[in-house]
Each structure stands twice: as C-alpha cells, then as structure tokens.
Design a protein around this ligand. Structure first.
Ligand code: NAP
Length: 500
C-alpha cells in the first residue's frame, strides 16, 4: 500500500506538533522538514510524533533551507534516528557520510533535480540502491507530460523490487503524485495546505483525499484527464472527480500539461489512459491522431473529447451539442422554438464562437457574427454561412437571441460587458459563454430587461456530462458536477489575484 505522507514545514516545535495532531487519519507518514524550522527541540518533536515520521534536513544545494555545516546537518539526522524516528532522508551525495543508523530506522536515499528530468533515471536509481537505500527516492522537475512518462515507467518497472518513491515536481508533475498508488510507489507527498508546499507541485492533503480520493486508487484505477497548456486553472478535474466519486467508480481525472499530443498519447495509453478532455491549444491537432472521429468533430475541425477503447482512439466533439442544448433550453423557456429561422447574433469569432455557430447553423438559425477583429468574424461567417459585422454595427440589429462568445466579462474583469444594455429587451434570449462568474454583467442586465438567460455554466456542465456518459456508459450526476464547478470557481475568485 502506498503511504500518504504530508511534508510539514512549520517554524518551531510547538507548531510542528500541533500541525501533526491536526492531520487526517489517512496520513500514514509525516515528513518533518527540520531545515524549514527556525528552532527545533528534537527530543520533544520525535517523542511527541504520534505517527511514523521521516526526518529530513535538506541542504540548500538540494532545494532545502539548511545552511548549517554538513557535519552538524548530518548529526541532527543521526540524533533523530537515535531518538526513534522511523525514517531519515539523506541525499545521495551525502549518504556515505551518514554512518550506521539504529536498526529501527530506515534510510531513504534521495536524489533531486530542480532543473530537469534527466534521461538516465535508471542509472540514478541503481546508484541510490547501491548506496544502501532501504527506500529509494527520485524527484525531478517536469516541464510537461513528456517528463512525467519516464518517472511513471520507472515506477512500473522497479517499484515491486524494493521500496521506491519516484515523482515529478512542478505543476506538470501532479499526475505522478496522484497515481503513485496505481504504480506501486512507497509513498506520495502532500502539503498541509495550499501555499505550504515543501516542494513545487505538492497537492494539498485535503485535495488528495477529497478530490482525488487517494486511498481508493489502485492498480486497476482507470485514468482520465484534461490535455491542455496551460492546465493549472482547469475546473475539469474537480467536476469529473466529483462525478466519479458520486457513482463510486474506480477512476481518476487529472490535469495533463501537454505540449506534444502525439507523444503524450503514445506514452500514456500503455499506462492506463482511457479518456481525455481536450482544450486549448490541442483541439485541432488531436483530430489527426484519432482512429475514428465523429461527424461533428470532423465538420467543426476540432474535438474536445477522446475515448480510448479496445486500443482505438475515438475523438468527438461534445462542445457543439452542449452549447446548442443550453441555448435551445433557454429559447424554449422564452417560447422561441424551434431554432430554425431565428435571428441570432453571435458576438465573438474564436473557438467557442465557432462551435456555437456550427451548431446553430445546423439547427437552421440565421446568424450574424459580430467581432472586434472584423476580418476574423467575416472568415467564420463565410465558413458557416452567416453574415458578419463589426461591434458598432451590431447595435442596429434586432436579434431574437444574443450569444456572447467573447471573453469579455470574465473574472477578474467582471465589470465589463460585450453588449450594450440598450440592445437587451424582454422576450429575447441571452446566452453568455463566460462561466466565471456564472452570473455575468451581461446576464444581470439581460434579466433586468426581462430577457431569458443561460450561462456558460450550463454549457460547461452539458459538455462535461456528455464526456462522462461516453466514457462510463452511465448517466452523469449533473447536479454533483454543477456544484463542484460552482465551488471550484468560487474558490478561484476568492484566491488573491496573481496578475496576468
Ligand atoms: P478565443 O478563441 O480566444 O476567442 C476570443 C474571442 O473574444 C475573440 O472573438 C476575440 O475577438 C474576443 N475578444 C477578446 N477580448 C475582447 C475584447 N476586449 N473586446 C471584444 N472582443 C474581445 O476564445 P474562446 O475559446 O472562443 O472562448 C471565448 C469565451 O467562451 C471565453 O469566455 C471562454 O471561457 C468561453 N467558453 C466557454 C465554454 C463553456 O463550456 N462554457 C467553452 C468554450 C469557451 P478578436 O477576434 O478580435 O480577438
């Protein structure tokens, strides 16, 4: 069984002991990062531990904060072992200087590379084991999933021989931390809370337990995820993991930071990948990598979903149908049905606008595409069979349905709106693709004008539910998914802005 280990970086003994006591029972090991402590009463700390500990005193050269002379640094580790610590972590280059440890203490010999994932992980592992490790540990920085694959492959090949910890650091490395149990790692590290990471990419322990359901993941767990770049702000892991949990499925959904989609699929299919959500910038490039593609994806020239079954890759587009369904539902509420022949104004001409325009044209709606960059709007209009205009000209139109498919109004610039309030009136339908915040200024003003509204949240949940149903063959728990999305978005808005 893979242990869940929380790394603690509290500044003093009292804070360390208190933090240890507060950890949930699923945490089987605690790493005490002595190098992060400003003062340490080691006897008291080890005696009061309450559960097995790894004592680490990381030097600066390996990403830690210990500046003490080497003899003093190692002396503290030896003392921790004499006091009964279950494990001490010693860096590979210092392992031969540590000397013998009492029989009750195991030696984790560790290798860290904060610059890159080296090509010779196997050779590093051989050196660690030859140095007398009870547990071998390799941690290397990953730029993308291309660096993550060799780490998981190392676990696949060598975790059964002797205890092994192998993980990728950085945002791209999250899959190695979550899938540690599937691939038989000795442990996986988590942080105590967001912002308290002892190493880049550590996931907070509550997220490991509640979102990723770590204790329930095993070798048969099916792997899904979102392939994107960047991927950090994706809400899809929260939404799909909540759905897997609600149905009690042995499956997990991860953020995959992908730069090379072909290599990623090649590497990860053998590692248990069953399905993907695909988003910017891979929606078009993934098409060419499929064995089979549905008609919508082919027509739109973009997919957002991959299902891997019986060794074949099936690509489809759930975005188009999901958007049309959300707009059709709102139109039906407003008494506008069918969509055929209806005058629709789409503001925007990017990927989202394209999916919506294709779907609505298929329903027979009459479209005008208004875009800031008029030439881009014209190109989309030509492609789908619509009229085009600029943002000023659009105010002269009298559409029955208005769709915002720009990012205007999106958090954090929530005071903005792409459509002047004078254009909004009772009886019309207003659909805003923006889902953060769920109630944009445009939707609020449309409600004030007695228009019927639908938001990007409906679109998001519709497309995610369709993916879930394709992958699992089970009805999607839509309410659970919507709640997870709303909670995730609210949490994102509450976090301090980081700019950009
Ligand atoms: P995109 O390809 O980057 O296109 C962005 C569009 O917004 C372009 O038409 C762009 O006009 C326009 N735009 C950006 N800033 C503007 C401004 N200040 N004033 C006027 N127009 C502006 O993005 P996308 O993928 O289509 O996404 C567009 C929106 O749809 C985003 O809010 C996204 O979150 C949302 N979306 C939601 C879902 C969902 O499931 N709910 C799915 C997909 C997209 P130019 O051509 O002039 O640059």
């Amino acid at each position: 069984m893979t242990h869940l280990c929380v790394s603690l970086t509290e500044p003093d003994t009292t804070a360390m002991l208190e933090a240890m006591r507060e950890l949930p029972p699923e945490v089987g090991l605690v790493e005490l990062r002595l190098d992060a402590m400003e003062s340490c009463r080691l006897e008291e700390l080890v005696a009061g531990r309450g559960r097995p500990v790894i004592v680490t005193n990381r030097p600066q050269r390996e990403g830690g904060r210990c500046r003490a002379p080497e003899a003093e640094r190692l002396g503290l580790l030896r003392r921790a072992a004499e006091l009964g610590a279950e494990y001490v972590d010693i860096e590979l280059d210092a392992a031969s200087h540590l000397g013998d440890l009492p029989a009750g203490t195991q030696r984790i010999i560790s290798y860290h590379n904060f610059d890159e994932t080296p090509g010779d992980l196997e050779a590093v592992l051989r050196r660690i084991r030859a140095a007398g490790a009870d547990v071998a540990k390799l941690a290397a920085m990953a730029r993308d999933m291309g660096d993550v694959a060799p780490v998981l492959e190392l676990l696949c090949r060598h975790a059964a021989e002797a205890p092994l910890i192998a993980l990728s650091m950085g945002e791209a490395g999250i899959p190695t931390r979550v899938l540690a149990g599937k691939f038989g790692a000795f442990l996986t590290y988590a942080s105590r809370a967001a912002g308290r990471e002892a190493a880049p990419g550590q996931v907070p322990v509550d997220e490991m337990l509640s979102m990723y359901r770590l204790p329930q993941l095993g070798k048969d767990t099916a792997v899904y995820g979102v392939a994107a770049n960047p991927v950090g702000h994706s809400m899809s892991p929260a939404v799909h993991n909540a759905a897997f949990a609600a149905l009690g499925l042995d499956a997990v959904y991860l953020p995959f930071l992908v730069t090379d989609p072909a290599a990623f699929l090649g590497d990860f299919e053998p590692l248990g990948l069953r399905g993907l959500s695909v988003t910017i910038p891979h929606k078009e490039a993934m098409l060419a990598l499929m064995d089979e593609v549905d008609e919508t994806a082919r027509r739109v020239g973009a997919l957002n979903t991959v299902h891997i079954r019986d060794g074949r890759r099936y690509g489809c587009n759930t975005d188009v149908r999901a958007a049309v369904d959300a707009i059709r539902d709102a139109a039906a509420r407003a008494g506008i049905r069918p969509l055929a022949g209806r005058r629709v104004l789409i503001v925007g001409a990017g990927g989202g606008a394209r999916a919506i325009a294709c779907g609505l044209r298929r329903e027979g709606a009459d479209l005008v595409i208004a875009n800031r960059t008029v030439s881009r709007g014209q190109a989309l209009a030509r492609e789908v069979g619509a009229d085009a205009c600029g943002l000023e000209e659009m105010t002269r139109l009298r559409p029955e349905i208005i769709v915002n498919a720009t990012s205007v109004g999106m958090w954090p610039r929530t005071e903005r709106t792409p459509v002047p309030a004078e254009m909004l009136r009772g009886g019309m339908v207003v659909f805003d693709a923006v889902y953060n915040p769920p109630r944009t200024r445009l939707l609020r003003e449309a409600e004030q004008a007695n228009a019927t509204t639908a938001g990007g949240l409906d679109w998001f949940v519709n497309q995610a539910a369709a993916q879930f149903e394709l992958w699992t063959g089970r009805p999607a728990p839509r309410e659970v998914m919507r709640e997870a999305l709303e909670t995730g978005l609210a949490r994102m808005r509450d976090r301090p802005a980081t700019g950009g």
